[in-house]
Design a protein around this ligand. Sequence first.
Ligand code: NDP
Ligand code: GDP
Length: 359
Amino acid sequence: MTQRSAFITGVTGQDGGELARLLLGKGYRVHGLARAPSRFEWSRVEGVSGARQNLFLHKGDMRDAVSIARALHGAQPDEIYNLAAQSNVGLSFEQPDETFDVNAGGTQRLLRATRLLGLGDRTRIYQASSSEIFGPSDGHPHTEETPFNPCSPYAESKVHAFETIKHYRDALGVFACNGILFNHEGPHRWKGFVTRKISIAVAAKHLDIEAPLTLGNLDACRDWGHVRDYVAGMWAMLQNDVPEDMVLATGEARSVRSFVEAAFAYVGHDVVWDGRGLDEQGRDARSGEVLVRINPKFYRPVDPPIAIGDASTARRVLGWRPRVTFQQLVHEMVQADIERLRILAAAGEAPSLVAAVAD
Ligand code: NDP
Ligand code: GDP
């Protein structure tokens, strides 16, 4: 049997590294597009047999059509996973143009290049869409039928990319689908996301490293799953008989506050809350020490109070279901940061990681 090949944009990101690991484990030849190939953490594919021989990194940028086309031409992939994005909602309010150019413009450039190179007939395309396209939930889980109501520049850019994929599928007959994914996290989540910000601060507390945890909206609820389960779902969507847009979610929403509590509980601290609004604080139940403070700069102009998804289509069609529980996710993230910080502390570098989450 010939070796299958995949092309991943955003291979240096959280999902890209995890997907590369999954595909290499399945025997694929994997091509990754990266702005800086040197940023790829080889440790993420460690232990996978043949990873070094089967992973090829191409320098390219989603804002540059020629670099995308050159990399695609070299890769000649059976499957494309378009994961590259300015992926942070908060940052998208500060950098809306870049967000749109990479997320929406980048998707168009990629699809045009695919067609130009004559890959449209044989290559299947997965687009990293997002639950943010739906906006706030009215309490009912979002499905593929939920109307779009984007509430941030990030969400707007993802709606545009969604429609581009739909156009290539419906009008041009390309096997292309949108995975509408709810938040998924893991030890490689970027520090700008709240879960990783919390796991780093809690790990630091555990190791007696000075790291105040300052957050915004504690009551926002998100449907948090584990990245391992979600990349398996991406792959399954491209093995389906027909291209179909699908939601991946756990179906359970938890608050930022409960993520904080679960993370501190893992290292032996019970958090109690006092004060209201911007004066609210989380304290250690035994010592009274302040563990969490609020800073208004971490609030967003618009922020869906709750996001929750219904993945019954993916369950019915693909047999997909999340395996990792919320507690397991939190524990894995905190434990990974404890191990990282121990190594950095031994080299005298822990403060740099901790300072990065305070910004
Ligand atoms: P990350 O932020 O971890 O990774 C984003 C990737 O995109 C990085 O590899 C980054 O490269 C790359 N990238 C950014 N700008 C460019 C550019 N101009 N040209 C080329 N590459 C670029 O995101 P995730 O891995 O978490 O998410 C993957 C995808 O899934 C994204 O599209 C995201 O929007 C979407 N998504 C993620 C969810 C989640 O909860 N994780 C939920 C729903 C959707 P570099 O290393 O150079 O910065
Ligand atoms: P998002 O759902 O993709 O925007 O993922 P984030 O992890 O960035 O944010 C999840 C939720 O946590 C949002 O409702 C944020 O408003 C909320 N939140 C509260 N405090 C913070 C913070 O300090 N940083 C971030 N990134 N989010 C925070």
